[in-house]
Design a protein around this ligand. Structure first.
Ligand code: IVH
Length: 667
């Protein structure tokens, strides 16, 4: 019997340790908090019933989490405890009963309700008002010294308003707005995005380069003064107000609740109001306000008995996984995409979700036909959380990775074990189309037409390589005869192809599609190299010496320019006059027609976006005006121009240009 129980305990511990490892080492949650807590409670129960089988290092006996080796270890003066979780008002009433029982009272206890910030907890040590050390929670007893990185966070005071020595604890968070900016940048640079702001905050805090921490605009909210009960404060609220006076940032939310019954309404309120905050909260924390009761209430090995957390229900929904589509990207990477029965998640309909790679399918143990939980990572990207295994009826089908490319049927190669499948066929239709679409996308060459034109023109044999766009003008007559296009749309296309030659070097560099070189790196490399000939010659070491370029990027850029096929395409692009050098701001090079002249565009523009005209004017030495007046030299008129055109005509001093005439002027 005990052997069987031992085995059950062992299995549960292994599971928890695996989850802990992913959570603390890779910043990834494998299971929901509810499931994690359930597992932990089950283990606790078995251990309680069989105390002789309880292991000393059982996860029920330590706070959890393993420290990594990058930072020096520091032992906390007082352990950084966790909080017990509850999920409904009934649980909170039980908590209230327990508090009263320990205090041996029937009269009501005052509580404070705070927001439970979803970030990374931190301990900050001050001596004579100066910040001297910042340590992460780690396993609760020993954390990591991250002082260097913490110094980069603006909202953490380095010097307090009074020369006091104390320790405070709080939460480091990445504001949602900053998180979205960061992920956008990572997407542009083909880097993996962070699943949520907490992972991003945690990953950032453990960065080796403090500079990166500074760039990411982390924020910090303090919620606890260590030993406040012995420092002369009577209530938790008064200790927090004192911290604010010293210069600490708090959430300013410390709702006073006279009885636990008052909590219901507040929970409902914050359940909605949290959506309006720029940081993520995963629940509320209910704390006893009277500090003199803390000693008496004490703590368990893991959590204080004077506080508890209430977790908000996760914004997850379930739906059916109907099938998997294997999508081939421009680099040949084959990605599993989940085809889902359409369902609304956080305000929009979701029918597909990327599973990133086959490893994720294995890790999450997903089968076709499964009912799956889905959520939106940071409210944007839909993702599968996990399957509901209890609902399986045996009809579910294993997901098997393809051996051949789903588009061209060539044998796929495996990169990094099974993680990435790659189509190596340079003629694969999906890769060709992906490259062409990327080249003309808005942030790259901004050529009109999109996927529709690419598909048709690849079909007809007009396009294979990105340089082929610049040969289309020789086939104008032929193209104009094509069904579904018409003279106007072909003209528009050819004009936007022509315009693309004038784009900045940073954009043309980005458009080449060098793996890992997105918008940000396109910009950085263009500034560093000034022109493509210099960039071509850089060695890996030279590339690595550029701040912001890592090994992956350096190798990728170096390899790109050593590939004969890439160089042939590049030569063609240079020949047709694509801009591959940084425009130096040189007064004398500005066109005579533009120097010191003022411009304004009005009406519906067909060939340009308003901003493009403005950029071009500035680049060529002109100035943009917002309205028609005597100072205006040129008015560029699009379709259906109205009062501005009238006024310009009235003035009689303004030269009126069509879009085409304006373009002529730029040549
Ligand atoms: S008090 C001794 N207050 O939640 C208890 N914790 O699940 C100290 N947390 O490790 C914690 N917001 O990182 C407290 N207003 C708040 C909080 C909060 C977030 C975090 C904290 C803690 C974790 C426990």
């Amino acid at each position: 019997m005990s052997k069987k129980i031992k085995k059950i305990i062992q299995e549960k511990i292994e599971k928890i340790e695996k989850y802990n490892n992913f959570y603390y080492e890779k910043n990834e949650s494998l299971v929901s908090d509810v499931e994690y807590d359930k597992l932990m409670k089950e283990l606790e129960k078995i251990e309680e019933e069989n105390p002789e089988l309880r292991l000393k290092n059982s996860p029920t006996q330590v706070v959890g989490g393993v420290s990594s080796t990058k930072f020096t270890k520091v032992t906390h003066k007082k352990p950084m405890l966790s909080l017990a979780n509850t999920y409904n008002l009934g649980d909170l009433e039980d908590f209230d009963k327990r508090v009263k029982k320990v205090l041996d009272t029937t009269t009501s206890v005052d509580y404070v309700l705070e927001l439970k910030l979803d970030g990374v907890s931190i301990s900050l040590l001050y001596e004579d008002g100066n910040l001297i050390q910042a340590v992460t929670r780690g396993d609760g007893k020993v954390g990591e010294n991250v002082t260097e990185n913490i110094l980069q966070i603006k909202s953490i005071p380095k010097k307090l308003k009074e020369k006091v020595s104390l320790e405070v604890r709080g939460e480091i968070v990445l504001p949602i707005s900053e998180f979205q900016k960061l992920n956008k940048k990572r997407l542009e640079n083909s880097e993996e995005v962070f699943a949520n702001p907490r992972n991003a905050a945690s990953g950032t805090l453990r960065q080796k380069k403090s500079k990166i921490v500074g760039e990411r605009n982390l924020d910090a909210y303090i919620y606890y003064l260590v030993d406040s009960e012995n420092l002369g404060f009577e209530t938790h609220i008064s200790s927090i107000k004192y911290l604010e006076k010293l210069g600490f940032k708090t959430t300013k939310v410390y709702d006073f609740c006279e009885t636990v019954e008052n909590l219901g309404a507040r929970i409902e309120y914050w359940g909605k109001e949290r959506e309006n905050l720029d940081y993520e909260t995963d629940g509320l924390v209910i704390k006893v306000n009277n500090l003199s009761l803390y000693d008496e209430l004490g703590t368990t090995t893991k959590a204080p008995r004077w506080a508890i957390s209430y977790k908000f229900p996760a914004k997850q929904v379930t739906t059916k996984l109907l099938g998997i589509t294997w999508q081939v990207g421009r680099t040949g990477k084959v990605t599993p995409v989940a085809e889902l029965k359409k369902v609304e998640v956080s305000g929009s309909m979701v029918g597909r979700a990327s599973l990133h790679n086959f490893d994720e399918v294995v890790r999450k143990d997903i089968k076709v036909g499964d009912t799956v939980f889905i959520e939106k990572a940071a409210e944007i990207i839909p993702q599968i959380v996990k399957p509901v295994k209890e609902l399986r009826d045996g009809s579910e089908e294993e997901i098997i990775p393809p051996t051949n490319c789903p588009v061209c049927d060539s044998v796929l190669e495996k990169e990094d074990g099974l993680v990435n499948l790659k189509c190596m066929n340079p003629h694969c239709r999906a890769k060709i189309q992906g490259r062409l679409e990327y080249f003309i996308s808005r942030d790259a060459m901004n050529i009109t037409g999109g996927a529709k034109i690419v598909e048709k023109f690849v079909d007809l044999g007009y396009l294979v390589e990105i340089s082929d766009f610049y040969e289309l003008k020789d086939k104008k007559a032929e193209l104009e005869k094509l069904d579904n296009f018409g003279i106007k749309s072909i003209e528009k296309l050819l004009l936007s192809i022509e315009n693309s030659k004038k784009l900045d070097y940073s954009k043309t560099l980005y458009a080449l599609g060098v793996p890992f070189v997105g918008k940000f790196l396109g910009n950085l490399l263009s500034k560093e190299s000034k022109n493509i000939e210099t960039l071509e010659k850089y060695s890996v070491e030279e590339l690595l010496s550029i701040d912001g370029v890592g090994e992956k990027v350096a190798n990728s850029v170096y390899d790109y320019f050593r590939d004969k096929k890439n160089m042939t395409i590049l030569e063609k692009l240079k020949k047709v006059g694509i801009n591959y050098k940084l425009e130096e701001v040189d007064e004398s090079s500005h066109l005579e027609e533009f120097r010191g002249k003022t411009f304004l565009a009005t009406g519906k523009l067909v060939h340009f976006k308003r901003q493009e005209i403005k950029d071009l004017v500035e680049k060529l030495g002109g100035k943009n005006l917002a309205g028609v007046n005597k100072k205006l030299d040129y008015l560029i008129v699009g379709e259906k121009a109205g009062s501005k055109l009238e006024k310009a005509k009235e003035l009689g001093t303004v030269k009126i240009l069509s879009e085409e005439e304006f373009l002529e002027l730029t040549r």
